[in-house]
Design a protein around this ligand. Sequence first.
Ligand SMILES: *Cc1c(COP(=O)(O)O)cnc(C)c1O
Length: 395
Amino acid sequence: MSSDAMAKDFIALCAPEIRGNEWNYVKDCLDSGWVSSVGGYVDRFEDEMAAYVGTKYGVSTVNGTSALHVALLVAGVGPEDEVLMPTMTFIAPANAVRYARAWPVFVDVEPDYWQMDINCLDHFLHNKCDWGNGVLRNRTSGRRVKAILPVHILGHPVDMDPLVALAAEFDLAVIEDATESLGATYKGRCTGSLGHIACFSFNGNKIITTGGGGMITTDNASWAKRAKHLTTQAKSDPLEYQHDEIGYNYRLTNIQAAMGCAQMENLPAYVKAKRELAERYSAALSGVPGLFPMRAAAWADPTFWMFTMRVKPDQYGCNSRQLIALLAEEKIQTRPLWEPVHLSVAHRSESAGSCPVAERFWNEAVSLPCSVGLSRADQGRVIDRICKIALRKEA
Ligand SMILES: *Cc1c(COP(=O)(O)O)cnc(C)c1O
């Protein structure tokens, strides 16, 4: 961070919150010498995450992207397969699909909650694919469609029941990218327990952090076992160092897991804080002409991990990027959402159609400061600035 960014009146977009047993548990690792890739905190963190999410197993990884890579492999995604995923997401899941030597197929998002559009998915599966002998093929590419990878963006769940029903109809694996949604529930069940396997991230801006880290959650015993195997170089004999396939060194360290255990203790409080921030933003900004803050669907109890709104420039008086620049002048850090992946130079050749909703949303979206530790006074300053900018156009 620049010295300017460290200044006292700077309001960060989403800073980590470290206020519990982090120091104690990390010190315990240093004092005991259990600093590396095995140790009591690794086991404990895996068990606690699985228990919280409501799955039988948790397998920790070095970050969320590697969790996605391994989850795809254990779910049976292989070379030249296709994986359906939303275009409106951070790029990590699309990259993970390519690491598995498969291809992402990008699906648009719905306009209300900005999540993967189940109607688009349904249309693609029923009208653009052929089903026979237990295999689904994309008619255009000729490739096998193997899995659906929903991403619960911004801490809001995807409408999973119809998605899981479609997956069952065509024998597809469901791999949830739950990296942004730890703590969110769908019809009372936690994201990360709604498909066949799921992934979490503990990057610095996520709701809990281990500096960097990830987790796979699943009820499938053999998948969990294989995930552990693949993340530890596929070592089949610990004494003789024999390896039965190409594995990876994707392990989380005991130091990181120690931090994770401490963060887990505060997760319910963090979720509560995020929801309160969201309530205050919604109350203050919903009435401002041209601003459309994110909302909860009837099926969802979101965390509002990254509180985001749409800006309609004709009504509000300036567009999303101008607003971001004006707030930056006030030392308020905000940001647009990710470029839709089907437009990204890294992936655009893999795109099938256009995704107009995602493209419009990309133009309009602004994420607002939403650190767990954001004070009421600082949030008030953000709201105040946004409301004042709206009034300028009448001046
Ligand atoms: C954060 C994130 C990931 C994983 O990120 P890592 O930095 O590898 O932990 C994956 N998908 C989405 C949608 C994310 O936001």
